[in-house]
Design a protein around this ligand. Structure first.
Ligand code: F6R
Ligand code: MG
Ligand code: MG
Length: 377
C-alpha cells in the first residue's frame, strides 16, 4: 500500500508572519535529501509563513521514521530561522524533543493510504492564516452536493456516495471523538456538523463504491495542543481525483465562490478563503490575510511525484481573486471589530479581550446598588 503524508509547520518567517526565506526552505529540503532515502519521493512547498512537506512511502500512517524525518527537517529550518533572526523561529515545534509521532507536538499532518492506481492524480492543498474547518465547505460541496459535483449524478461509482469521517476538534486532549456519516443518507446531519467549523472538521473521506480513502485534512488545533495561542493551525489537505472520485475541476470549483472562514489577523477574524497564484501571490499582505489556499496537482508514478501543476495560476482565477479581494475588503472595512468582523469571543486566539473583561469587572454597577439620585435622573 502507498501512503502520502503531508506534514507542515511554521518555523519562522521573513518580515513578520509572511514567508519563510529560501535558505530556511533549503535547510528543510537538505534534511529530506540526506535522511529520506527510505521515502519513494518528497516535495516541499510553502504557503504564507508555512512550510509543507509532502512524502510518498510504503510505511503506513503515523510512522515513527516518517514523522521523525519531518520533525528533523523542521528543526533544521528552525536553526536557519534563528541564525537569520526570522520572526517566530521554531514557533510550531512545541516540544523540545520528538516523541514518536508529530501529532500533539505542533506540526499539522494529514495522510492517505491506498492501492496506487495505474494513474494516480491527486491535489494537495496548503492553507495559511486559517483553521482546519476551512476545508469543510469546499469538501462538502465537492463530495456531497450534486448541484456542483454532477459526477454524483453522472458516474455510477461516484453516485454511490462517500463516507465522511468528522472529528470533534475540541476533544483532542481528553480522548479524540470521531463520527462517520454517509452521504447521501446522512447529508443533513453532516451539514449540521460541518456548519460549525471551529468545532467539527472533516478528517477523512472514503469512497462507498470501493472503500478507498479519497481525502484527508489535518485536524490539529494548535490551541488544543499548546493550551494557549501560538499561531493559527493553517491546515493541509489531500484529495485523490478522477475515475471513481470527483475530478480536479469538481474539487476546485467550490473555491470560485470562496466561503468566509476564521483566521486572518491574530487568527481572530473572518476573511475570504482566497485561492492564490503561486509565487508573489502567496504573501498574506492585507490584514495578515486573507486566509490563503494553494492547490497543487500531481500524479504518482510508482511512488514518485510528477512535476507540480498549480491550477489556481490559470487566468480563470484572476476574476475570482478580484471578486474575493473586493468582498473581503468590503466586509472587513465595513465591519471592523464588530459582530462577525471578529470570531465569536470563545474563539479569539489572543487573551487580551478576556483580560479587558476581567479588568472591567469591578466597574459594573447593578441597579440595586445604584443611589436613588442616580436612578432618579
Ligand atoms: C495569524 C498570525 C498573525 C499574527 C499577528 C500578530 O495566524 O500569525 O496574524 O497573529 O501578525 O503576531 P504577533 O502577536 O506575533 O505580533
Ligand atoms: Mg504563523
Ligand atoms: Mg501560517
Amino acid at each position: 500500500m502507498r501512503t502520502v503524508s503531508v506534514i507542515k509547520a511554521d518555523v519562522g518567517s521573513n518580515a513578520g508572519h509572511l514567508r519563510p526565506t529560501p535558505e530556511l526552505v533549503a535547510a528543510v529540503e537538505d534534511v529530506l535529501a540526506d535522511e529520506g532515502a527510505f521515502l519513494d519521493d518528497y516535495f516541499v512547498f510553502t504557503v504564507g509563513d508555512d512550510v509543507d512537506i509532502v512524502m510518498s512511502h510504503t510505511r503506513g500512517e503515523d510512522d515513527d521514521e516518517v514523522h521523525r524525518l519531518a520533525w528533523d527537517a523542521f528543526e533544521a529550518g528552525t536553526e536557519v530561522a534563528k541564525e537569520q533572526g526570522l520572526y517566530g523561529a521554531g514557533q510550531d515545534l512545541l516540544e523540545d524533543a520528538f516523541a514518536g509521532n508529530v501529532r500533539g507536538l505542533g506540526p499539522g499532518v494529514c495522510e492517505l493510504t491506498f492501492e496506487e492506481r495505474e494513474a494516480e492524480p491527486f491535489l494537495v492543498f496548503g492553507a495559511d492564516k486559517t483553521e482546519p474547518g476551512a476545508f469543510n465547505q469546499p469538501l462538502y460541496t465537492a463530495f456531497a452536493d450534486p448541484r456542483y459535483t454532477t459526477g454524483l449524478l453522472l458516474k455510477d461509482t461516484i453516485h454511490e456516495g462517500f463516507t465522511f469521517q468528522v472529528m470533534d476538534l475540541e476533544h483532542t486532549d481528553d480522548g479524540e471523538r470521531r463520527i462517520q456519516l454517509d452521504v447521501p443518507e446522512d447529508g443533513w446531519d453532516l451539514t449540521a456538523l460541518l456548519m460549525e467549523p471551529h468545532r467539527f472538521g472533516i478528517e477523512k473521506i472514503y469512497s462507498r463504491a470501493t472503500g478507498a480513502e479519497v481525502a484527508a485534512v489535518s485536524t490539529q488545533k494548535l490551541r488544543n495542543v499548546a493550551g494557549e495561542y501560538v499561531g493559527k493551525d493553517d491546515p493541509v489537505a489531500l484529495v485523490r481525483t478522477q475515475a471513481d472520485f470527483p475530478s480536479p475541476g469538481e474539487v476546485l470549483q467550490p473555491y470560485a465562490t470562496p466561503p468566509f472562514v476564521a483566521g486572518a489577523m491574530r487568527g481572530s477574524h473572518h476573511g475570504v478563503f482566497y485561492p492564490i497564484e503561486s509565487g508573489a501571490g502567496e504573501i498574506p499582505s492585507y490584514f495578515d490575510g486573507p486566509p490563503l489556499v494553494k492547490a497543487i496537482g500531481m500524479v504518482l508514478n510508482d511512488g514518485e511525484f510528477s512535476e507540480p501543476v498549480y491550477p489556481f495560476d490559470a487566468s480563470f482565477w484572476d476574476s475570482v481573486r478580484e471578486d474575493a479581494a473586493t468582498r473581503f475588503r468590503e466586509f472587513r472595512e465595513r465591519q471592523g471589530a464588530f459582530g462577525p468582523g471578529t470570531v465569536e469571543t470563545s474563539e479569539l486566539e489572543y487573551g487580551g479581550w478576556t483580560d479587558i473583561m476581567a479588568s472591567l469587572e469591578d466597574r459594573w454597577t447593578v441597579a440595586s446598588e445604584q443611589s436613588p439620585s442616580a436612578t432618579d435622573d
